[in-house]
Design a protein around this ligand. Structure first.
Ligand code: LMR
Length: 399
């Protein structure tokens, strides 16, 4: 059987990390996968997370299975964080959350659910979108279409095209929307535009499937959940796949959640029971460690304050690197106006570099970016920014 199999191509994002590790260039720079890095190119464990882990190790006395949906406390923390709701408060009865292995795991569980209960529905993703969206949705058997989102010539949201596209999506279809820090463009709708998008969803009857992987990196934790709160208030049904990978730095602990919002408590319970059935046949129940960390931190006022401070420091460093990059490119003699990079939100800059320029930078300078020109701004530091800007200036002249 195996002898007939041809190797699959490397993953367009995670495959870059392997290529970067194998590159002998001492000046190499990894701007590929979306993980936070500090000034020394390390992805640190947050101090609040270390403290939470210490407490967990001291108090843990079993490694028995978690429930299929994860620990109930974790579900309550997701409710608080993602929806801004307290357990038992009005509106919370419509929401049920499931601890999933990362945001990707959550997206897949939700996609399996949608395929089972809306088998004829098509899923729509933005142009462009996260390189893995199509794969995750189609692996569950959903047909995937694309809606207009970004205008590469203005480096900004093409709002009128987006609105027109969303207004034409048939009732019952599924629309994947990035809640904040759009991946890969870093370009988000304004709050007023979100209000209109929620109105279109309510009027047209499509099902929002919100991808919320970067909460806290756009502005702050509360501000970034604005679209979720508006969808909740509208009374329509929707799903949210969220992640604690980035904002808690829990990348390898695979700590995400799938939440469903139904019309009422009965419907929420019924749908939730089927989500559990789906989980049971894929991975049975979630890994515990990352969830325990989130519970410890969000359940302790001091630790939570410490974590929020660390989260805002990560965001500040990325914003500072955006400024240094724009300044550095001008200083390196680049005439093109790159000031749009400072307006983008989150970890990524959709740089406007072509695939040929991205390949040139990788082959000649050991600078790794995702195809389409997405760079992880968190991979930039005071130490590598000049090298990066000189290399980009050179690539812009040559390619
Ligand atoms: C990214 O877009 O780089 C991250 O979300 C990591 C991933 O899984 O692709």
């Amino acid at each position: 059987m195996f002898s007939a199999i041809q190797p699959a191509p490397p993953d367009p994002i995670l495959g870059l990390t392997d290529a970067f590790k194998a590159d002998p260039n001492p000046k190499k720079v990894n701007l590929g996968v979306g993980v936070y890095k500090d000034e020394n190119a390390n992805t640190p464990i947050l101090k609040s997370v270390k403290e939470a882990e210490k407490r967990i190790l001291e108090s843990l006395n079993t490694k028995a299975y978690l429930p299929i949906s994860g620990s109930p406390d974790y579900g309550n923390r997701v409710l608080e964080m993602v929806f801004g709701l307290q357990p038992g408060s009005s509106g919370s009865e419509r929401v049920r959350s499931l601890h999933c292995p990362g945001g990707t795991g959550a997206l897949r569980v939700g996609a399996e659910f949608l395929k089972e209960f809306a088998p004829a529905s098509k899923a729509w993703v933005s142009t462009p979108t996260w390189a893995n969206h199509k794969g995750v949705l189609s692996a569950a058997g959903l047909e995937v279409g694309a809606y207009a989102y970004y205008n590469p010539s203005t480096y900004s949201l093409d709002y009128s095209e987006l609105k027109d596209a969303l207004a034409q999506i048939p009732r019952g279809d599924i629309v994947v929307l990035h809640v904040c820090c759009h991946n890969p463009t870093g370009v988000d709708p304004t709050p007023a535009q979100w209000d209109e998008i929620v109105g279109i969803a309510a009027q047209k009857g499509w099902v929002p499937y919100l991808d919320f992987a970067y909460q806290g990196f756009g502005g702050d934790v509360e501000g970034d959940r604005y679209p979720v709160s508006r969808f909740l208030e509208s009374g329509i049904e929707f799903l949210v796949a969220s992640s604690f990978s980035k904002n808690f730095g829990l990348y390898h602990d695979r700590t995400g959640a799938l939440s469903l919002v139904a019309a009422n408590q009965r419907d929420a319970e019924a749908a939730f029971s089927h989500l559990k059935k789906i989980v049971r046949v894929i991975y049975s129940n979630p890994p515990a460690h990352g969830g325990f960390i989130v519970e410890q931190i969000l359940g302790d006022a001091d630790l939570k304050a410490k974590w929020l401070e660390e989260l805002s420091q990560m965001g500040d460093r990325i914003r500072e690197m955006r400024q240094l990059l724009v300044k550095g490119l001008a200083a390196a003699g680049v005439e093109r106006d790159f000031s749009f990079i400072e307006k983008q939100k989150g970890m990524f800059s959709f740089s406007g570099l072509s695939d040929a320029q991205v390949n040139y930078l990788r082959d000649n300078n050991g600078i790794y970016m995702v195809g389409g020109g997405r760079m992880n701004v968190a991979g930039i530091s005071r130490k590598n920014v000049d090298y990066l800007c000189e290399a980009i200036a050179h690539a812009l002249r040559k390619v």
